[in-house]
Each structure stands twice: as structure tokens, then as C-alpha cells.
Design a protein around this ligand. Sequence first.
Ligand code: C2E
Ligand code: CA
Ligand code: CA
Ligand code: CA
Length: 275
Amino acid sequence: AKQMGKGKACFFDAEMDAAAQDRRMLETELREVIENDGIDLAYQPVLSAKTGQITSAEALARWTHPDRGPIRPDIFISLAEECGLIDRLGEQLLRRACRDAQGWPDHVRVAVNLSPLQFLSGKLIEIVQQALDESGIRADRVQLEVTEGLVIRDVEGTFRQLEQLRTLGIQVLIDDFGVGYSSLSYFQRFPFDKVKIDKSFVDEIGTSRAAKAIVEAVVGLGAALYMGVVAEGIETEEQRHLLVASGCTHLQGYLFSRPVTANTLGKMLMTQGNL
Ligand code: C2E
Ligand code: CA
Ligand code: CA
Ligand code: CA
């Protein structure tokens, strides 16, 4: 593909310090693993707060380096963004997620994280359509998670593409809501299907009045705008209790399950019976 120019690197400094050299090596290795379709996906179940059943799973990128071991996705996703590799990686992961979801019961959705940069190529809609066609799954089984960083550049173009995606039947979720520069005005621009409350609020819900008030405000907003509210990063029974009492519609976190392989998820879905 064209953005994968041979040996092209982000850094050209003649004198690179050790950190920069290390990074450059990691970049080369990332380029290679992406070329070989070698980044894996793990899936973390998301449960309905009402029924306790798994209603969707979030696809999370995984890279196990042969020497360095697992590399955190925050690290290699940013690297892919900086080195022009994110379009290719994002497309690969979307296609794989749709194929994996094809093997699950068809009421279970798959949530795929998108980098804001994937809205800049002008090809996203086409890529999503292709992933749907080749996997054969219904558009309404796919959720795309976008973060506030989404409007850093082409605001109009991004919202237009979100509308097209929604017209296809895809669900659009706003991720990590409440941190960074997420703006309430987004909700005037676009009807998100769900809001994901950032883990930082979930962590503090038992100890901070402010965190609890923020969760309740987001739930109120969700109810008024017909959006589901997902709480992520739930680790304790107390957090679960408070989030359900606050009115969150969906729950995700280590308390229920860590991210697992597509196969393991398939088995979990079989044993939980049909909704
Ligand atoms: P995110 O989208 O906010 O994903 C949730 C992160 O929280 C995941 O980390 C997940 O493993 C972790 N998590 C879930 N439940 C718990 C919990 O109970 N406790 C704790 N401590 N952590 C929990 P992960 O997999 O390391 O991913 C980190 C970030 O990397 C993601 O944050 C997302 O921003 C990015 N990322 C991961 N996969 C992709 C991808 O395929 N594409 C893009 N563009 N970004 C991705
Ligand atoms: Ca996410
Ligand atoms: Ca998140
Ligand atoms: Ca996050």
C-alpha cells in the first residue's frame, strides 16, 4: 500500500539518541507485523445492566513482541498514527473484527475502536462497507468507538462521515467521555448511539461526590437523548452497584471479564444461552 513506503521512517535525525533509535526500531517492527497482518484482537464482553447478559464485545488490539513481550496498545496505536500506518492497521482490525463476529450469535455486537485519523482518508465508509460485505454480518451488529480527538481536524467531514455510517445502520459510540476536550456540543451535532463513561470516573465513583455527580449527569443526558450509557473499567462489586443504581445501561470491566480471544468469547456466548 502506498503509505507503507519501503524503509520510510518518521525520524531522519543523523544523531539519534538511544530512545529515538529504540523507537525507530519499534517502528520498523510494527511496520512489518502490520504487513503480515500480525496484530491480534482480544475481545472484552459488555453486559446489559438489566439482564446481565453479554450484548457486545469490544475489540482491543494486541501485539506480543518476540523479545519485548506484550506492548501496550496505547503505545503502538500512537506509533501507528505517527508513522502513517494507522489506516492500514485500522482497516485490518475492522475486517478481522467483523469476521470474528460472524461466528457469534447474531444478537451480539462487536465494537471497534477508530482512530480520529481514519476519518481523514476519505475511504472509511467504503472500508466499512467492504468489511460488512465480506463478513456478511448486518451493519447493526457493528459499533464504532470514537473519542473526542475526533474533531481535531476536519470537523465537517468527520460529522458527515459519522452520519453516513449511521445511515448504513452502524452504531456510533463516543468513547472516554468526560476526559480530554470532549464537548457537550457534539451531542447537538450528532446523535451518538451510546456514551462510554471513562474509567477514571468509574474508579472514583465510590469515593468522590464529583465523580458520582458526573456519572449521573451523563446518564441523564443519555436518557434525554435516547443514548445508552456504558460504564467501562469496572473492577469491584461496589462500583457495579453504584453504576447500576445511577442508571448506566451497559457494564464492562475486569469484574465481569478481561479481554479474551475470539474463540473464548464464542464459548462464553454459547454457555450463556440465548437472549
Ligand atoms: P479504551 O478504548 O478506553 O479501551 C479500554 C481499555 O481499558 C482497554 O485497555 C481495556 O483492556 C482496559 N480495561 C477494561 N476493563 C478494565 C478494568 O476493569 N480495569 C483496568 N485496569 N483496565 C480495564 P487496552 O486494551 O490496553 O487499550 C488501551 C487503549 O488503546 C484503548 O482504550 C484504546 O484507546 C486503544 N486501542 C486499543 N485497541 C485499539 C484499536 O484496535 N484501535 C484503536 N484506534 N485504538 C485502540
Ligand atoms: Ca474503546
Ligand atoms: Ca474507553
Ligand atoms: Ca481509554
